[in-house]
Write a protein that binds this ligand. Structure first.
Ligand SMILES: [Zn+2]
Length: 92
């Protein structure tokens, strides 16, 4: 996911995609200090960066862990989609 709640000002922060390597590293460092939390389940988020996903936030302790039912949010949906794709591949 691209969005996170920033601890300091409680606002939703969208991670930019045009960060330099050192800026990405900086985001990773402040994320480790607990600066970013999930706007949906309030779990701590870490910063990930890759060629395909770009820069994004990810749950520190696994997606959907200990979530109340009502916050089965975007990451949960992504998870089940991934599962579906996985099964499709195995059919062939
Ligand atoms: Zn969450």
């Amino acid at each position: 996911m691209r969005e996170a709640r920033h601890k300091n000002d409680e606002k939703i922060y969208l991670i930019p995609q045009n960060l330099s390597e050192s800026e990405v590293e900086n985001h990773k460092q402040i994320a480790k200090k607990g600066t970013f939390t999930c706007p949906y389940c309030e779990a701590r988020l870490i910063v990930k960066s890759g060629d395909i996903l770009g820069n994004c936030f990810s749950h520190l302790y696994g997606e959907g862990a200990n979530l109340p039912n009502k916050v089965r949010h975007v990451t949960e949906n992504m998870k089940s989609k991934r599962k579906t794709i996985h099964y499709d591949i195995h059919k062939f």
